[in-house]
Design a protein around this ligand. Structure first.
Ligand SMILES: [Zn+2]
Length: 347
């Protein structure tokens, strides 16, 4: 399996995020990359540097006003009197729009207003080099998608920062641009029906929203029950899509403490939906924060549990782009990826 990673993805070095009313140490540290690269190297895979594709992959999924904000916010923020080291919102705007549609651009040109508009929570700080890393992460997803479009059975995108919480016009949950949605949209260039299977511990709310009104991309997410876990507001089983997308969204919430058996059963259920949908290609949002050792996790999946996940997904027999999402225990995520690849098989 070919794999992709751009060295600029290390440049995003978040300093803080809000947790239970306190600014806490960041979880998405650049050191997450090293065990993942080591797992690849241990299996004879050298990650390839993806081509610089500018804004093209991002514009396939995201609004221009949102990308303008991400690209320029830090410089404008740094010019504020008494600015902190990172862009972080102090506003929480409310928008009573139709699900599956995109908001109008922010009415105000103030970077303070726009930080509230485009940054959905306090887990997406923007530092001086964040944009460079965010953009490179989209190129990594696009590179893996291009390999599969070119005939590879599967490809792995070592995306960081992650993407599945990012909406068309909003960052949240350590995610800025939606790498999995970018890969799925790219696969649509060749495949009429594409599915996204999200097995990160958190609901893939951004991916769901990007495709919520569309019938050509099925989104399936299995995750810890949002009634007690981030992102809280979405991820429930009754969210099935709207309009042309009615029936093309499936959420499989898992009880806290769910281990390998429940995890695998949900993957089987998700893959059955992928098959019934008639998907011709698959994007896997692969997170390791469902591991029992994850510092912000609620599930109890074992390291070997990811081998079972890989085997099941490979058995679906679809051209597959695997996109890295979360997983914050640096001591186990390399083994999790290694076991996933072992289960998937040497392709
Ligand atoms: Zn996650």
């Amino acid at each position: 399996m070919r794999a992709f990673f751009h060295p600029d993805q290390r440049l995003h070095t978040p300093q803080q995020f809000m947790r239970a009313g306190r600014l806490a140490a960041p979880q998405d540290v650049p050191a997450r990359v090293d065990p993942l690269l080591a797992a690849l190297a241990g299996r004879g895979i050298a990650a390839e540097r993806p081509a610089d594709r500018g804004l093209t992959p991002a514009l396939a999924v995201h609004t221009p006003d949102f990308l303008d904000f991400l690209a320029g916010a830090w410089g404008r923020w740094a010019a504020l009197p008494n600015a902190g080291p990172e862009v972080l919102p102090n506003l929480s705007p409310y928008w009573n729009g139709t699900p599956g549609t995109v908001r109008p651009p922010c009415r105000s040109a103030s970077v303070v207003a726009q930080a509230g508009h485009y940054l959905g929570d306090l887990a997406v700080p923007l530092g001086e080099a964040s944009w460079t890393a965010i953009l490179a992460s989209t190129w990594t997803a696009a590179g893996a998608a291009e390999a599969v479009l070119g005939g590879d059975r599967a490809a792995y995108a070592l995306c960081r920062p992650s993407g599945h919480h990012a909406r068309a016009d909003r960052a949240s949950g350590f995610c800025y641009l939606n790498n999995a949605a970018i890969a799925a949209q790219a696969l649509r260039g060749r495949f009429a029906k594409v599915a996204v299977l999200d097995i990160d511990a958190h609901h893939g709310d951004g991916t769901q929203e990007v495709f919520y009104g569309r019938g050509d991309v099925l989104t399936v997410s299995l995750h810890a029950d949002p009634a007690v876990y981030y992102p809280f507001y979405t991820g429930y089983a009754d969210e099935r899509g709207v309009g042309a997308g009615e029936g093309a969204n499936l959420n499989l919430p898992l009880a806290p403490g769910t281990g390998d058996d429940g995890f695998h059963a949900a993957i089987d259920r998700g893959l059955a939906a992928v098959r019934d949908f008639g998907a011709e290609a698959l994007v896997v949002s692969l997170g390791f924060d469902s591991h029992a050792a994850d510092p912000i996790g609620l599930l109890k999946v074992s390291t070997d549990g990811f081998a079972g996940a890989g085997a099941r997904i490979a058995a679906a027999g679809l051209p597959t782009v695997v996109v890295q999402e979360g997983g914050y225990e640096v001591g186990v995520i390399g083994d999790c990826l290694g076991r996933f690849l072992d289960g998937f098989g040497g392709v």
